[in-house]
Unconditional design. Structure first.
Length: 114
């Protein structure tokens, strides 16, 4: 099983980034996929989730209206489009697959700074 995040980097406040998570080794279309993040010295927190079919999404209040989660079951990919980024969005972002077993990726760093 592998979840590999990519797309992180350094961006100025107000900018955008698109994170990707490539999944393999399990039945991707059966799993709810989520993004979490963990800032330095902080606990890991929920960011967004998407149902296995992609019909239902859920967001943390702190990112609602700025971030969009999506998935492509044909490609075993989940994405997080992040717009209007703020300095407080700086964190390591993790992809999670939730099902009979939970799987986590290794994370990708997002730094929002001028």
């Amino acid at each position: 099983v592998q979840l590999v995040e990519s797309g992180g980097g350094l961006v100025q406040p107000g900018g955008s980034l698109r994170l990707s998570c490539a999944a393999s080794g399990f039945t991707f279309s059966s799993y709810v996929m989520s993004w979490y993040r963990q800032g330095t010295g902080k606990e890991r927190e929920f960011v967004a989730s998407i149902s296995n079919t992609g019909v239902f999404t859920n967001y943390a209040d702190s990112v609602k209206g700025r971030f969009t989660i999506s998935r492509d079951n044909a490609k075993n990919m989940v994405y997080l489009q992040m717009n209007s980024l703020k300095t407080e969005d700086t964190a390591v972002y993790y992809c999670k697959a939730r099902g009979f077993t939970n799987y986590w990726g290794q994370g990708t760093q997002v730094t929002v700074s001028s």
